[in-house]
Write a protein that binds this ligand. Structure first.
Ligand code: HEC
Length: 116
C-alpha cells in the first residue's frame, strides 16, 4: 500500500517500517486522509467479525476497556500479521505497519466514528 504520506515520509527521512514500540505515535506519519480511510476499513471490514460497535462477535471486543491490559505493539502485530490458527486474518496486504499501529493506538483510545 503506497500513498502520498509514504512519499512525504521518504522526503523527511523517517524509517518506514520501524517496529511499533519504537515508532513515534502513528498519527504523526499516517496522513489525515489515510486515517479517514482506516476508520472506514475498521468499521466495515473488522466490524464484520468484531461487531458493528467493536463490542465483539466472532472476534473479541476491541473496546478500550477490553484491550486495556494489552501492549500496543502486540495489538499492532496482531492486526498486521493476524493470529495463525484463528479466524483473525493478516492485514499486511491492505495496511502498512504504520496503519496497523495507528489502528491499535486508536482502538486503545476509543475508536473514532466514520465521518459522513
Ligand atoms: C474473519 C474474522 C475477523 C476479521 C475480519 C478481523 N478479525 Fe480481529 N480477530 C478475530 C478473532 C477470532 C480474534 C481472536 C484471535 C484469538 O483467538 O487469539 C481476533 C483478534 C484481534 C485482536 C486481538 C484482540 C485481543 O484481545 O488480543 C485485534 C487487535 C484485532 N483482532 C483487530 C482486528 C482489526 C483491526 C481488524 C480489521 C483490520 C480485524 N481484527 C479483522 C477475527 C477477525
Amino acid at each position: 500500500m503506497t500513498g502520498p504520506w509514504l512519499i512525504a515520509l521518504a522526503a523527511i527521512g523517517l524509517p518506514q517500517a520501524a517496529p511499533a514500540d519504537e515508532a513515534a505515535p502513528a498519527a504523526a506519519i499516517v496522513s489525515p486522509q489515510r486515517q479517514q480511510a482506516l476508520v472506514r476499513i475498521v468499521r466495515q471490514d473488522c466490524g464484520s467479525c468484531h461487531g458493528m460497535r467493536l463490542t465483539g462477535g466472532l472476534g473479541p471486543a476491541l473496546t478500550p476497556e477490553a484491550l486495556a491490559d494489552k501492549p500496543l505493539a502486540s495489538l499492532a502485530a496482531t492486526v498486521f500479521h493476524g493470529r495463525p490458527g484463528t479466524p483473525m486474518p493478516a492485514w499486511r496486504s491492505m495496511l502498512s505497519e504504520a496503519d496497523a499501529q495507528w489502528i491499535a493506538e486508536r482502538l486503545l483510545a476509543g475508536f473514532p466514528e466514520e465521518a459522513r
